[in-house]
Design a protein around this ligand. Structure first.
Ligand code: GFB
Length: 314
């Protein structure tokens, strides 16, 4: 990627897209283009076509998606499959028709079977039934991967697909109903600490295990792959270790400084029992994540405090 190339970051206001813009700027890329969803509705083929005709886009990071935690996936399954299929189909097809040099599609590790052997390897894709709580989202993401591979095969494009594990960082969604577990727990523990509540409610049994990667690490991996990877196979990006939700809750409680009880609401779903990715394909290429969960959580809590108090943090 030349420093003066035009790079389109789709979804630049989100957790992943905003981290990509930060990383690309740090590396000296001058022409990064983007649009908000009200300026450009990526679900609308004509608007996407117009955008690609107006810009001379060389590279695309496709980070725009409808995302959410376990409850949002269960409550809005139609929105998750429709919006993601429309967004990715329009952008991938426009990238082909406008001769984009390379596109990076962001998938998710929920594309792997519910009971895939752990850690999950790239070749486990389509090896068994999916986790039901997010199947429509996962099917949309699998379709995106297959579209990239099909376009490469038929049209000779260079579209690569990256599978990040559960992510967190600045610009995350802290809404208690639609967010992922990590921002939800930061908010719940903070609110409990401020209001001196006797306990914090954590969904499910606390037994499921998840792996968490900071969005700045993911952005670094994506820029690395855009520069160095041209293969057709998908590539996992993860931290390499997972922890129980109960351990995550205890860690967040410690960072926030909350000393009350943790209670488990077992009427809420656990989702998939474990989700850890095999990162050997990426580490063999020479890339490794750097931000430890504890450091990442401290940074995310500081960012959250700045956001809610509009100050310089504590
Ligand atoms: O992050 P999360 O919503 O999604 O939930 P998934 C992870 C685990 O944390 C589940 C538990 O076992 C939840 O029951 N959990 C505990 C909580 N307390 C809370 C809470 O207050 N809020 C939330 N949200 N969870 C998502 C998929 O699955 O992973 C998406 O739904 C996507 O499609 C994403 O793939 C990466 O890790 O289960």
């Amino acid at each position: 990627m030349d420093k003066d190339c035009t790079i389109y970051v789709a979804g630049h206001r989100g957790l992943v897209g905003s981290a990509l813009v930060r990383r690309l700027k740090e590396q000296g890329y001058g022409r990064i283009v983007h649009q908000t969803s009200s300026e450009l509705d990526l679900r609308d083929r004509d608007q996407v076509e117009r955008w690609f005709s107006e810009q001379s886009i060389d590279y695309v990071f496709l980070a725009a998606a409808k995302v959410g935690g376990i409850a949002a996936n269960q409550d809005f399954p139609a929105d998750f499959i429709r919006d993601n299929l429309l967004i990715q189909t329009n952008v991938i097809d426009a990238a082909y028709r406008h001769n984009v040099k390379k596109l990076l599609f962001l998938g998710s590790t929920c594309i792997y079977p519910k009971l895939a052997p752990q850690p999950m390897r790239e070749q486990d894709l389509l090896g068994g039934p999916l986790e039901p709580s997010n199947e429509p989202y996962a099917v949309a993401k699998i379709t995106g991967i297959k579209m990239c591979q099909a376009y490469n095969r038929q049209y000779g494009t260079r579209f690569i697909s990256v599978m990040p594990t559960n992510l967190y960082g600045p610009q995350d969604n802290f809404d208690l109903h639609t967010s992922h577990v990590l921002p939800a727990l930061i908010r719940k523990f903070h609110d409990a600490m401020v209001s001196n509540a006797a306990s914090v409610e954590v969904w499910g049994s606390g037994e499921p295990k998840r792996e968490f990667l900071h969005s700045d690490d993911l952005a670094d991996a994506c820029v690395f792959l855009m520069k160095n990877y041209g293969g057709d196979e998908i590539v996992n990006v993860g931290w390499g270790k997972d922890i129980k939700i109960s351990e995550l809750a205890a860690l967040i409680g410690r960072i926030v400084g909350y000393e009350g009880d943790i209670v488990y609401d077992r009427t809420k779903p656990d989702g998939t029992p474990r989700k850890l990715v095999d990162v050997s394909r990426l580490t063999e290429m020479g890339w490794q994540a750097r931000i430890t969960l504890e450091e990442g959580l401290r940074r995310t809590y500081q960012d959250y405090l700045k956001e809610i108090y509009h100050t310089g943090g504590v």
